[in-house]
Write a protein that binds this ligand. Structure first.
Ligand code: SF4
Ligand code: SF4
Length: 251
């Protein structure tokens, strides 16, 4: 059988390059045992002095010793939480117009902008009987999942009505997952003094645009009367229902 011809490069790899045999041990240069040179502030390098050589082994502890004698600062959290930076990204807030109507129009742009898919919005139509925002629609369901949120602020950039902003609140922790999905009632801005709780009609003669132009600055008399009458009717209905239940029990 004919011997298989090896390719040129394979033969070269098998035998290795031809080298001269080592006949004497190479002598190491003397510099290997010489002390390291130190760099001076002006950039020159020279041999360290006697004191420098003496303290070199402990010089590295300088930072440790310096820290040991510094005044101790203790954070008294959670008794005294430190204020955050003014523009710190904390828990979100759904804002209101000056009369108390909600700014959110349920457009879902915030949910689309969120890179972490942390927001869930369901919009619904405002009606004459139940108006929650000046526009056509309002956010009926609004949830933010703080297990997902990375506090990037993309959602607040996307919001066309400035309904969504971020507060400085950062205490968002829990032992369970469910409480960290915040619902609309937890995110809505609390009612300031004079503001009315929706639903109630828009200010008389004002359009949706007037709200965004800032011409509505407080609830009107008619809005206050509406809310008063609405709450009174709800109170009467609740009392009637309680009486009905009591009658059922005594029968
Ligand atoms: S801050 Fe960022 S991650 Fe959090 S809900 Fe808004 S867009 Fe999503
Ligand atoms: S918070 Fe703003 S972006 Fe999100 S649904 Fe409401 S109006 Fe639209």
């Amino acid at each position: 059988m004919a011997e298989r011809k090896q390719p040129k490069h394979a033969r070269a790899a098998d035998t290795g390059p031809e080298t001269e045999p080592i006949t004497e041990v190479a002598k190491l240069p003397r510099e290997d045992t010489a002390p390291a040179l130190v760099t001076r502030p002006d950039g020159t390098r020279e041999k360290p002095g006697f004191l420098e050589e003496l303290f070199a082994p402990v010089a590295g502890f300088g930072v440790s010793f310096g820290t040991m004698f510094r005044k101790i600062y203790t954070e008294e959290y959670p008794e005294k939480p430190r204020p955050t930076a003014a523009r710190f990204h904390g828990r979100h807030q759904l804002n209101r117009h000056p009369d108390g109507l909600e700014k959110c129009v349920g457009c879902e742009l915030c949910a689309w902008a969120c890179p972490a898919d942390a927001i869930y919005v369901e919009g619904a139509d405002n009606t004459d009987e139940a108006r929650f925002s000046p526009g056509e629609r309002y956010g009926r369901v609004y949830q933010i999942n703080y297990l997902r949120c990375i506090f990037c602020g993309m959602c607040i950039e996307a919001c066309p009505t400035r309904a969504l902003t971020m507060t400085n609140e950062y205490e968002l922790a829990d032992e369970e997952r469910a409480p960290l999905i915040y619902e609309k009632h937890q995110l809505l801005a609390p009612l300031r003094e004079g503001q009315l709780p929706p639903p109630f009609p828009m200010a008389e003669g004002a359009s949706e645009r007037d709200y965004y132009r800032g011409t509505v600055t407080a609830p009107t008399r008619a809005q206050r009367d509406y809310v008063f009458a609405r709450d009174k009717a709800a109170q009467r209905a609740a009392e009637a229902e309680r009486e009905h239940d009591n009658e059922e029990v005594t029968r």
